[in-house]
Ligand binder design. Structure first.
Ligand code: ADP
Ligand code: GLC
Length: 476
C-alpha cells in the first residue's frame, strides 16, 4: 500500500473557496480504491477547528514561525486528516486567505511556510510508525515543501499539482531567514523570481513530477500567455509535466439522490426543479433556455464578457440566474445589470445548497472563463443534464463536446464552446445555443449524452497512481 501525504490549504467539506477544496476532498477516496492511503495536512483555521469531533495530538512544535503549534489527527467525512493547530497563524476572524475586507493577510508567507515545514518534518521523521512514500502538494501554499525537504536532506519524492498558475505566493526576500529558507538557493535556478521569494516556483523546481488539472491546461502552461512568467521553467520541465483532468464526487453531485433538489434520473425530471429555481430567483416563464452561472467573480471567469453580450441571449427569450461573490466592481456591475434586465437575476454570496438547486433547475451552465485550468461546474452540469456553454480553454476544452455539425450528426455533442474568448464569439454562441434549445429532440439527445458522460475520478485516480508508482518503484 502506497502512503501519500497531501499538503493543501483548503478541503471540502471543511473549508472551501473554490475547486481546490473539492479536489482535496474527493481525490483521497478515489485513490483509496487504487490502494493508496492518503493523509491530508490542512491548516487549523478557526472554522476548521470548530467542526472537528474527537482528535488525537500526534506531534507538538515549540516554535513554529513565531508560536507553539500542535498536530491533531482526526477523521472527518472519511478523510484522514492532520490538522495543524497553530493559533498565532490560523486562529483569527475573517477568511482563510485574507481579512473581512478581502485584503490578503500580511503573514500569508509565514502561514503557509509553516504548513510546508510541518509536511517536511512528517516526511523526514514520520508520525509514529507512519511515514509517507510520497508528499503531494497543491498550489503555491504547498510550494515551499521541497525546499524544507531539501534542508532536512529528506528524499521522499514531492509531487506538485498546479490548480491555478495565476497565484504565485510571492514574498519579500527579507523574509528568507524568518522562513528558514536556504539563502544559497535564493537564485534563478531555485525559488527566486524577479527578486522575490516565489513559493510557486519552489514547488515547480523541487517537484519530482508536476501535474496540472487538464491536458489542455498542461499545454497552455508552456505558452507565455498562460504560463504567467513560469512558462520558460515549465518548458524546461516539460518531460515531468502531466495533465490529469479533475473528476467530481459522484455521491455529492448525484441528481438521483441529491437532498437539495427534487431528485431525478432522466432530464425529464428537471422541469420541477426549473420551476423551483425560477421562483427562487424571481424569474418568470420564458421561451429560451434558463442559464445558470455559479462562480467566484474575478477577471479569470469572464463575467465582463457576459455583461457585454447579455442582449444576445436575453433578446432571444433566454434568462440567467447567477450566484457568485468576489470582486466588488463585478458584484456592483452585475446587480446593476439585473436591475436593468428582468430576465437576469443575481444573488451575491456563497451558497452550496443553492448551487445544487441551480444545477438541477438550469437548462444551461455558463462558464465563459478567460482561462480555466479545469473547472468543475461544467462537470456538475453534465451530470445534471444542464448543458455547458463554455469558452474553449483548459479543462473546458477537454470535458465538453461542442455541438458542431459533425458532433451533432454523430450524436455525441454535450454543449457549446466559443472561441476566440471575446464578446462577439460569445454572442454568436448564444445564438447557436438558442437554436439548439428550440430543437427539442436535438436538445434531449444532447442531455442524454451529457448525463452518461463519465465525470467521476476513476480514470484520473489511476493516472495519479501511475505518477506515484513511477516515483516509488525501486524504493520498495
Ligand atoms: P475555481 O476553483 O477556479 O473557483 P472551479 O470550477 O474549479 O473554479 O470550482 C469552483 C467551485 O466552487 C465549484 O464547486 C462551485 O460550485 C463552487 N462555487 C463557486 N462560487 C460559489 C458560490 N458563490 N456559491 C456556491 N458555490 C460556489
Ligand atoms: C483552480 C482552477 C479551476 C480548477 C480548480 C481545481 O481553482 O481555477 O479551474 O477546477 O482549481 O483543480
Amino acid at each position: 500500500m502506497t502512503k501519500a501525504l497531501f499538503v493543501v490549504s483548503e478541503c471540502a467539506p471543511l473549508v472551501k473557496t473554490g475547486g481546490l477544496a473539492d479536489v482535496a476532498g474527493a481525490l483521497p477516496g478515489a485513490l483509496a480504491e487504487h490502494g493508496i492511503a492518503v493523509r491530508t495536512l490542512l491548516p487549523g483555521y478557526r472554522t476548521v477547528l470548530a467542526q472537528l469531533g474527537k482528535t488525537k495530538k500526534v506531534a507538538a512544535y515549540k516554535d513554529l514561525l513565531g508560536g507553539p503549534a500542535k498536530l491533531l489527527a482526526c477523521n472527518v467525512a472519511g478523510l484522514d486528516l492532520l490538522i495543524l493547530d497553530a493559533p498565532h497563524l490560523y486562529d483569527r476572524d475573517g477568511a482563510i486567505y485574507g481579512d473581512a475586507t478581502g485584503k490578503d493577510w500580511s503573514d500569508n508567507a509565514e502561514r503557509f511556510a509553516a504548513l510546508c515545514q510541518v509536511a517536511a518534518k512528517i516526511a523526514d521523521a514520520g508520525l509514529g510508525d507512519w511515514t509517507p512514500d510520497i508528499v503531494h502538494g497543491h498550489d503555491w501554499q504547498a510550494g515551499l515543501t521541497p525546499e524544507y525537504l531539501n534542508n532536512l536532506q529528506c528524499e521522499v519524492p514531492f509531487v506538485f499539482t498546479v490548480h491555478n498558475i495565476a497565484f504565485h505566493g510571492n514574498t519579500d526576500a527579507e523574509k528568507l531567514g524568518r522562513l528558514g529558507l536556504d539563502p544559497a538557493r535564493f537564485n534563478a535556478d531555485h525559488f527566486e523570481f524577479w527578486g522575490q521569494i516565489s513559493a510557486l516556483k519552489a514547488g515547480l523546481v523541487g517537484a519530482a513530477k508536476i501535474t496540472t488539472v487538464s491536458q489542455t491546461y498542461a499545454e497552455e502552461l508552456l505558452t507565455p500567455a498562460f504560463g504567467i512568467g513560469m512558462d520558460g521553467l515549465l518548458r524546461a520541465r516539460q518531460a515531468d509535466l502531466i495533465g490529469i483532468v479533475n473528476g467530481i464526487d459522484l455521491d455529492v453531485w448525484n441528481p438521483a439522490t441529491d437532498p437539495n433538489i427534487k431528485p431525478y434520473k432522466t432530464a425529464a425530471g428537471k422541469a420541477a426543479n426549473k420551476k423551483a429555481l425560477r421562483k427562487t430567483f424571481g424569474l418568470g416563464p420564458s421561451d429560451g433556455p434558463t442559464c445558470v452561472l455559479v462562480s467566484r467573480l474575478t477577471e479569470q471567469k469572464g463575467i465582463d464578457l457576459l455583461l457585454e453580450t447579455l442582449p444576445a441571449l436575453l433578446d432571444r427569450g433566454g434568462q440567467i440566474a447567477l450566484l457568485g461573490s468576489g470582486d466588488p466592481k463585478l458584484e456592483v456591475a452585475l446587480l446593476e445589470a439585473a436591475d436593468a434586465h428582468e430576465n437576469l437575476s443575481v444573488k451575491i454570496g456563497y451558497d452550496e445548497a443553492l448551487s445544487h438547486k441551480m444545477m438541477a433547475g438550469g437548462d444551461v451552465i455558463l462558464v465563459p472563463s478567460r482561462f480555466e485550468p479545469c473547472g468543475l461546474t461544467q462537470l456538475y452540469g453534465l451530470r445534471y443534464g444542464t448543458l455547458p456553454l463554455v469558452a474553449l480553454t483548459g479543462g473546458l476544452a477537454d470535458t465538453v463536446i461542442n455541438a458542431s455539425p459533425a458532433a451533432l450528426a454523430q450524436n455525441v455533442a454535450t454543449g457549446v464552446q466559443f472561441f476566440p474568448i471575446e464578446a462577439q464569439a460569445l454572442a454568436n454562441a448564444f445564438g447557436r445555443l438558442c437554436d439548439l434549445y428550440a430543437d427539442k429532440p436535438m436538445w434531449k439527445s444532447m442531455q442524454r449524452n451529457a448525463m452518461k458522460q463519465p465525470v467521476g475520478w476513476e480514470t484520473s485516480a489511476a493516472d495519479y497512481k501511475a505518477v506515484y508508482d513511477s516515483l516509488t518503484e525501486g524504493q520498495k
